[in-house]
Design a protein. Structure first.
Length: 94
């Protein structure tokens, strides 16, 4: 996806797209695509996606409430990849 297309999407779509991209990279390197540890802080993720760290935190909390993922510190467990894929491909615009 082109950067300008990604940046025109909602925070939910951007973060889902980002997490699925990380998942894909872990799979390519022979690691678990559903459970991984990120070296990036929420502030780093927000900076990368053009979001504030508060928005990243709220969005992750929303994903956890919907049981899409579980986050503990920098450990991420993707629980519902299908719904994350749907969110990532949504055309919702800001």
């Amino acid at each position: 996806m082109r950067l300008h297309q990604l940046l025109s999407r909602t925070a939910e779509a951007r973060l889902a797209y980002f997490l699925l991209g990380i998942s894909h990279r872990f799979r390519q390197h022979g690691y678990s695509p559903r459970h991984f540890r990120l070296a990036m802080s929420r502030g780093d993720i927000g900076s990368y996606l053009g979001l504030t760290h508060e928005t990243v935190g709220r969005t992750l909390a929303g994903y956890q409430a919907q049981r899409l993922l579980y986050v503990s510190g920098r450990d991420y467990h993707l629980l519902d990849v299908t719904t994350l894929e749907r969110l990532a491909s949504s055309t919702g615009r800001r």
